[in-house]
Design a protein around this ligand. Structure first.
Ligand code: IPD
Length: 294
């Protein structure tokens, strides 16, 4: 029931803080890291240890809820309609391995395949982003202050991509048509208008899709465009963004209602739907008839 949501959120925050301590205490230079599909797709012992801790604590507190996690995903497991905890123990594993302090634990609760609670915690900077459906999104910082998102006043100029600071992540698939599309759109976004580009303010690649969603929610970024991320990367950030007034559309043109399982996401901040739609359609237009395929 609705009244349980703040209690569940408190539990997720407490678990995220334990996870954060495990991340900060770990030494990734001695932490065994395995490669998954290729040398840029990695998992560390800490990813696995954090997920084991999160899973056992959540399932002992809420034994009737389902659990879906990046590292313990079972073959063929899909997000269902039942209340489900979705966990990315370390989003931004490459950053974690390199000591680049833009890494987070991302925890969400979904009901009927939609996120209703999101908790994203970066222990290296002490940023805790939280949201509950219909109750707003918040950032609590290391000094203990809590502010409602977005932090930057809106509406701000967001009528076209030309006004935007845009996040793109590169993922680990570095060849083929998805890669060609990603790199060519990145180039077009950056190119000056007189040479046929969108001339965005600039592009950022911070290395964590979960934090990109939160940064759009905060208003520090205007747009995040990504093809290839998974449910656990975006689930918590999604509700944090929506509760801050932002919208999620598909990274491929045409779909204003992507599902969590789609792997294609376009996140835009803002208060004015028309401006948000204008920016989404502009990027969709740059894609012509090209599409991500997964
Ligand atoms: C990755 C990050 C990265 C994105 C990748 C994700 P992980 O998550 O979110 O920004 O480009 O597609 O897999 O593997 O560090 O949890």
């Amino acid at each position: 029931t609705e009244s349980m949501l703040p209690i569940i959120q408190d539990k997720l925050v407490a678990i995220a803080q334990t996870a954060g301590k495990m991340m900060v205490d770990a030494d990734p230079s001695v932490d065994t890291s395995d490669t998954k599909k290729n040398s840029s797709d990695r998992v560390t012992e800490t990813d696995k240890a954090v997920e084991d801790m999160v899973k056992s604590r959540l399932l002992s507190a809420y034994p009737r809820f389902a659990f879906l996690g990046e590292e313990t995903l079972k073959d063929g497991q899909k997000l269902g309609d039942e209340p489900t905890f979705v966990c990315d123990p370390i989003d931004g594993t490459l950053n974690f391995i390199h000591g680049f302090p833009n890494t987070a634990v991302s925890l969400a609760l979904t009901v009927e395949k939609k996120p209703i609670i999101g908790v994203v915690y970066n222990p290296f900077r002490g940023d805790l982003f939280t949201a509950i459906k219909n109750r707003g999104a918040y950032l609590t910082t290391a000094n203990g202050s809590t502010k409602r998102l977005p932090l930057r006043p809106i509406p701000a100029p967001l009528a076209s991509l030309n006004d935007c600071l845009v996040a793109i992540e590169w993922g680990s698939q570095r060849q083929g048509s998805n890669w060609d599309l990603r790199t060519s759109i990145a180039q077009t976004l950056m190119t000056s208008k007189s040479s046929g580009g969108a001339m965005v303010h600039s592009i950022r690649s911070n290395g964590s899709a979960a934090l990109d969603f939160c940064y759009v929610a905060a208003g520090w970024l205007d747009v995040f465009w990504e093809g290839g991320v998974w449910i656990w990367d975006v689930c918590a950030g999604w509700i944090i963004l929506e509760e801050a007034g932002g919208v999620v559309a598909s990274a491929n043109p045409g779909d204003w209602n992507p599902t969590l399982e789609g792997r294609l996401y376009f996140a835009v901040r803002g208060a004015k739907r028309a401006e948000q739609e204008g920016v989404v359609k502009e990027l969709w237009g740059l894609m012509g008839d090209r599409r991500f395929v997964f």
